[in-house]
Design a protein around this ligand. Structure first.
Ligand code: PLP
Length: 394
């Protein structure tokens, strides 16, 4: 097989991370073990010194986990990956690896709620300063960067407002100031966006979402663009210990085989549903990267291979109207999380972003009546019919 990075995403999704194994099993086996035997004392010592090839202890590496890490790194066109116990474990590992007392972080104001809180509470305890800015506004980002800025942290499209940051400009801003550009690519997956090819230094994912795609695993992954960054991250993860288990790594790797195909259907369905919602009399506003009305439509088109499967919309009647829709859907499931094959609907202000102070939430345009839809791969007409009957109950 030629270098896997030369294949299309469709082919890569199926073959990434798959290498010949001891018994030539087509599907890589699950190494459900905490530890690995050394041939002799010298072998053990060589592994610990980093000279020898092999595994020591699953917190420090495991073949099933490595297969997933390789798959994600190949799909993102990155150097190496690190699988973590959750998306939050991945985010924490990146901050813990690169920040120290007195450093400053510039972070998108519309990010997953707990990311905000992690910076604003846990890292604040260690005297790390943070500025939350609208990263869709390149001038605002430039003005927020300071001499001690170490990380520009961008989620694009942002959660849940779907605002889009121009990644090439963000990379330049970060690098001009000797800072790292870290991108949470959870909403796109590498099929729709490859931040490392646009200048980012580190990409991370909640594997829980599109990467796994089946709502049955919690996991995270970091992909570094260089051996130097990888080593710092690996050392931090080995010490902090938030690693993924082999069984979960196997399941996510299996999910990735249909990632390209799933993303195509997520995008097609979401486009149809967003256009339907956009003309619905009970809907006030629809935010979706595939609609011309999206404020960063052009940037999205330039850096994303598709609009994604996430839609945010505001219904007439504010928070009460939103509740009526959520309480009356029959096919869409009222649940948080996203990126699975099933369509999920939720209310950020009272659920995923309830942890953010209301003032901060409103500044980030996460209004009280905003409803977030993670569009699955069901039949699009059946989904619109379900939303239509629920909207008509307002
Ligand atoms: C964009 C984004 N990043 C990170 C996370 C955190 O991931 P996890 O729940 O796997 O810790 C989430 C969770 O919803 C998310 O939506």
């Amino acid at each position: 097989m030629k270098d896997k990075k030369q294949y299309t995403d469709e082919t890569m999704s199926v073959h990434a991370g798959i290498e010949d194994n001891e018994h030539l099993a087509v599907v890589p086996p699950i190494y459900q073990t905490s530890t690995f035997k050394f041939n002799n004392a010298d072998h053990g010592a060589s592994l610990f010194s980093g000279q020898g090839d092999g595994y020591i202890y699953t917190r420090m590496g495991n073949p099933t986990i490595k297969a997933l890490e390789d798959a994600a790194a190949q799909l993102e066109r990155g150097h190496k990956g690190l699988a973590c116990a959750s998306g939050m474990a991945a985010i924490h590992t990146v901050f813990a690896a690169f920040l120290q007392q007195g450093d400053h972080v510039v972070c998108s104001e519309a990010v997953y709620g707990p990311t905000t809180t992690l910076l604003d509470s846990v890292f604040k305890k260690f005297a790390v300063e943070v500025s939350f800015v609208d990263t869709a506004d390149t001038d605002a980002v430039k003005s927020a960067v300071k001499e001690n800025t170490k990380i520009l942290y961008v989620e694009t499209p942002g959660n849940p407002t779907l605002c889009i940051a121009d990644l090439q400009t963000a990379a330049k801003t970060a690098h001009d100031n000797n800072a790292l550009l870290v991108v949470d690519n959870t909403f796109c997956s590498p099929i729709l966006q490859k931040p490392l090819t646009l200048g980012a230094d580190i990409v991370l994912h909640s594997l829980t979402k599109f990467m796994n795609g089946h709502a049955d695993v919690v996991g995270g992954l970091i992909i570094a663009n260089s051996e130097d960054y990888y080593k710092v991250l690996r050392k931090t993860l080995n010490l902090t210990g938030g690693v993924l288990g082999p069984q979960d790594a196997f399941l996510v790797h299996r999910g990735i085989k249909t990632l390209a195909m799933r993303m195509k259907i997520h995008c097609q369905n979401a486009q149809k549903i967003a256009e339907f919602l956009d003309q619905h009399p009970k809907v006030e506003k629809v935010i979706f990267p595939g609609l011309f009305s999206h404020p960063q439509y052009e940037i999205g088109k330039k850096q994303m291979a598709g609009p994604g499967g996430m839609i945010s919309f505001e219904v007439k009647g504010g928070i009460e109207g939103g509740k009526v829709v959520m309480n009356n859907v029959k096919l869409c499931t009222l649940a948080v999380s996203l990126g699975g094959v099933e369509t999920l609907i939720q209310h950020p202000a009272s659920m995923t972003h309830a942890i953010m102070p209301r003032e901060h939430r409103l500044e980030a345009h996460i209004t009280d009546g905003l409803v977030r839809l993670s569009v699955g791969i069901e039949d699009a007409d059946e989904l619109t019919a379900d939303l239509d009957q629920a909207l008509n109950k307002i």
